[in-house]
Design a protein around this ligand. Structure first.
Ligand SMILES: NC(=O)c1ccc[n+]([C@@H]2O[C@H](COP(=O)([O-])OP(=O)(O)OC[C@H]3O[C@@H](n4cnc5c(N)ncnc54)[C@H](OP(=O)(O)O)[C@@H]3O)[C@@H](O)[C@H]2O)c1
Length: 231
């Protein structure tokens, strides 16, 4: 039986590239996105891979949608669960940060990966690979923060890293490995056109790191090229 991957925010950018990568690697792919009916690139991939690709509706800020997804999957084993959906949040320097913008950023980037993991953990535990991947950012590294600013995004990813570390401790006895991955500065809507690398380079690198995830390196913070990032 083929292995299974579930990806959030799969309709564009890095998430879409993960879809292409795992289709090529013969995985069954559950591609989650907010608006399946408007996800044109996923819909054309579906034409070429009708049995291998399922497009599922999921706004990661909606607990009812997360619960509905878990209900639909009904215990389906998931080898790799990739929490990719993310936002940079409102651009705001010191003096401009608002409660609303900050909470919204935290909800997407930090709360949703943990809440969805709580709902799908048995699916991961019952799979062969048992891997959960958090797409975080070097911007969440406190040690690497040389420029300040970006309060909402930085804090959301730093807190996501803390979530990943606790998951690696709490789920290790059940055989689950956690990847905490920085994709690099990637040419997407979020990364912009000045970014350094393509989605292909980022995702092929991250997939090598995911392949190499085991109990000895679970819960470490890695860049797409396999280098370790200081917390
Ligand atoms: N690009 C970079 O240089 C870079 C660097 C470091 C980390 N990252 C991280 O990499 C991940 C992917 O980023 P990207 O560059 O591919 O960004 P992107 O091109 O802006 O894509 C973001 C994806 O997240 C989805 N998303 C946002 N809010 C969502 C929600 N509430 N529910 C479901 N999906 C939602 C978007 O869906 P819609 O189309 O519906 O908005 C889209 O599919 C993010 O976690 C980001 O923080 C990126």
């Amino acid at each position: 039986m083929s292995k299974v991957v579930l990806i959030t925010g799969a309709n564009r950018g890095i998430g879409l590239e993960f879809v292409h990568h795992y289709l090529k690697a013969d995985y069954k792919v559950f591609a989650c996105c907010r608006s399946p009916e408007g996800a044109s690139e996923l819909l054309s991939a579906k034409q070429a891979h009708s049995d291998q690709l399922e497009i599922m509706p999921l706004d990661v800020k909606s607990e009812p949608m997360m619960e509905a997804l878990s209900h639909t999957l009904n215990g389906q084993p998931i080898d790799i669960l990739i929490h990719n959906a993310g936002v940079s949040g409102p651009s705001a320097s010191f003096g401009q940060v608002t409660e609303e913008g900050w909470l919204d950023t935290l909800k997407t980037n930090t709360l949703s990966p943990l809440l969805l993991t709580q709902l799908l953990v048995e699916s991961v535990v019952s799979s062969t690979e048992k891997k959960i991947v958090l797409i975080t950012s070097k911007m969440g590294s406190i040690a690497d923060n040389g420029r300040g600013g970006s309060y909402m995004y930085r804090s959301s990813k730093a807190a996501l890293n803390a979530v990943g570390k606790s998951l690696s401790r709490d789920l290790s006895s059940r055989g689950v490995k956690i990847g905490i991955l920085h994709p690099g500065w990637v040419k997407t809507e979020m990364g912009g056109s000045n970014a350094l690398i393509s989605t292909k380079e980022s995702v092929s690198g991250m997939c090598r790191v995911i392949d190499g995830l085991d109990q000895s390196n679970s819960g470490q913070f890695f860049a797409y090229d396999g280098s370790e990032i200081p917390w």
